[in-house]
Design a protein around this ligand. Structure first.
Ligand code: GDP
Length: 296
């Protein structure tokens, strides 16, 4: 379970703090040292941890916290607010087009879960009343086109494809026209990934972005890769300007560093999380609920 280790350590720290009654600045310092260690052990970005702890400390000793009746509770409340803030504060939604169809471009590296997430997102949005069209633009891997078709069939959601002999731009343009004709109000484009970030992939995605002017570019990254996921997000964001991130495999044994670092490092909110292999295992990301879960 994500954050299991972090949650255990922080809850232990705050149990001790609560048992003290009155608090001194030294008590807060000691607790913050433990928080710092716990966040670093959870693989949170070093700079993020540093400024997080500084902010909490400033608020905890700067206001009337220590002289209040329940100082430990006040400190925990500050930590809760700052943890949620680190992850974006409130839930971030997809940008919707004022005039349909809304065009969403899914980007990411191989294996991150991009194709599965495209299908999961179509499924989730259909439950919210949208009429999605999935688009297979990975012209380098016929297997990826087939994979999307199979997922679309399972969900009974149409998949637009033109095989692998056309350019992604031509396929995507034709797909948007098709969606408009068919009254589909949400076009979800599965683009081609690579094993690692390279110039060819980025140039291709830039071209697709320029031609399509998508309302949303969503990066899919694997939470299990921790700070690597954060670096990937930073690189994609600099080049493409992301609107949001989908963090997959949160059901796995991840420490949670990516979830706590991505917004703070890149400025891009995590909008959805993948929590399993099934096609209904995609959830909107709620920073405040996640902070609650960490602090128990
Ligand atoms: P792509 O190469 O980025 O398109 O990745 P795929 O969509 O093919 O996914 C790669 C693998 O990750 C597949 O086996 C998926 O079932 C799996 N996967 C994707 N998202 C999740 C998730 O949230 N949790 C788990 N446990 N597996 C996932």
């Amino acid at each position: 379970m994500i954050f299991a280790g972090l949650a255990e350590k922080l809850q232990e720290t705050f149990r001790r703090l609560k048992s003290k009654g009155r608090l001194t600045e030294a008590d807060v310092d000691e607790a913050m040292k433990e928080v710092r260690r716990a966040l670093l052990a959870a693989d949170v970005n070093f700079q993020v941890v540093k400024s997080f702890v500084a902010r909490v400390k400033e608020r905890a000793v700067g206001q009337d916290v220590l002289s209040s009746l329940t100082p430990a509770q006040q400190v925990i409340k500050i930590v809760r607010e700052e943890l949620a803030g680190l992850m974006g504060g409130t839930q971030s939604k997809l940008n919707m087009a004022p005039k349909p169809p809304t065009v969403v471009m899914m980007v990411g590296l191989h294996g991150a879960g991009k194709t599965t997430t495209a299908a999961k997102l179509a499924n989730l949005m259909r439950k919210q009343g949208r009429r999605p069209l999935l688009v297979a633009c990975d012209v380098y891997r016929p297997a990826a086109i087939k994979q999307l078709q199979v997922l679309g069939e399972q969900l009974d959601i149409p998949v637009f494809s033109m095989g692998d002999r056309h350019t992604p731009v031509d396929i995507a343009r034709a797909a948007v026209e098709h969606a408009t004709r068919q009254g589909r109000d949400l076009v979800i484009i599965d683009t081609a990934g690579r094993l690692e970030i390279n110039e060819e992939m980025m140039a291709e995605l830039e071209e697709l972005k320029a031609a399509l002017r998508p309302h949303e570019i969503l990066l899919v990254v694997d939470a299990m890769t921790g700070q690597v996921a954060v670096n990937i997000a930073e690189t994609f964001n600099k080049r493409l300007g992301l609107d949001g991130v989908v963090l997959t495999k949160l059901d796995g044994d991840t420490r949670g560093g990516a979830a706590l670092s991505i917004k703070a490092v890149t400025g891009c909110p995590i909008k959805f999380v993948g929590v399993g292999e099934k096609l209904d295992a995609l959830e909107p990301f709620h920073p405040d609920r996640m902070a609650d879960r960490i602090l128990g």
